[in-house]
Write a protein that binds this ligand. Structure first.
Ligand SMILES: C[S@@+](CC[C@H](N)C(=O)[O-])C[C@H]1O[C@@H](n2cnc3c(N)ncnc32)[C@H](O)[C@@H]1O
Length: 223
């Protein structure tokens, strides 16, 4: 019984089983309302357990020390002083009342450190971020590059994809999200555009020196 379990698991459909994580849009968000709706949410989908198993497989096989070494080598190859940037980044975060940098905390990832490195190399005049989310990265960019003009783009709150992803469901979820987004994008050098990134060329004019593309990268097709 136990020995055939992985085979059964493997055979189960892994994609398109409606809700399989809080990050997944509900079917109607993708114009796929004919897909089955599972009241148990992600826990009712075999795909969810499949993905969790794979995730844990990757975690168990993940060599943190090796990954850190490779990352340090890549920064060195690019001629960046990673250690200096880390100290500076932590200083900026501390001044903003935030905890020190962790490459897996909330929306933070190695891109924050990369921006801190870039800051020591050159000053972008205009920065474009696609996918604002709650504006944490836009706020950081504004502190790292106070003389830059930062345009950041996310979906309007009327968009079903926004409403049904990243825990923004329900009135409480959306209110909390919007409060953070307004607060984080309130710096004078940030302009938030609530528009699908598809319309960026028509909405956000001009050229940009630095673009951070971090919009929809869930399983559903988004830009
Ligand atoms: C990973 S989050 C962005 C995180 C943010 N850039 C950061 O570093 O903190 C992705 C965001 O992209 C937005 N998004 C998804 N599809 C989009 C689209 N077509 N146009 C604009 N924004 C989109 C989502 O609403 C979500 O807020």
């Amino acid at each position: 019984m136990i020995s055939c379990f992985p085979a059964v698991w493997w055979a189960l459909p892994r994609d398109g089983w409606a809700i399989d994580s809080t990050m997944q849009p509900k079917p109607e968000a993708n114009g796929q309302a004919d897909r089955p709706w599972r009241p148990l949410g992600r826990f009712g989908s075999p795909g969810y357990y499949w993905r969790k198993a794979r995730e844990w497989g990757f975690r168990l096989g993940y060599d943190r020390a090796r990954a850190a070494r490779i990352e340090a080598e890549k920064f060195a190859e690019l001629g960046f002083d990673r250690e200096r940037a880390l100290v500076e980044l932590d200083g900026i975060l501390r001044d903003a009342g935030k905890p020190p940098f962790r490459d897996a905390g909330g929306m933070a990832s190695v891109h924050w450190l990369l921006f801190a490195c870039l800051r020591n190399e050159w000053a972008p005049r205009r920065i474009l971020e696609i996918g604002t989310y709650d504006g944490e990265t836009a706020a950081l960019l504004s502190r790292l590059f106070p003389a830059s003009e930062i345009a950041t783009v996310d979906l309007p709150e009327s968009d079903p994809i926004l409403r049904q992803t990243y825990n923004r469901e329900g009135e409480a979820g959306i209110a909390k999200f919007l409060e953070a987004q307004v607060r984080n994008t309130s710096a004078a050098n940030i302009t938030l555009h609530k528009v699908n990134s598809f319309f960026v060329p028509m909405t956000v004019r001009g050229l940009f020196d630095l673009t951070w593309v971090d919009g929809g990268h869930l399983t559903a097709v988004q830009l």
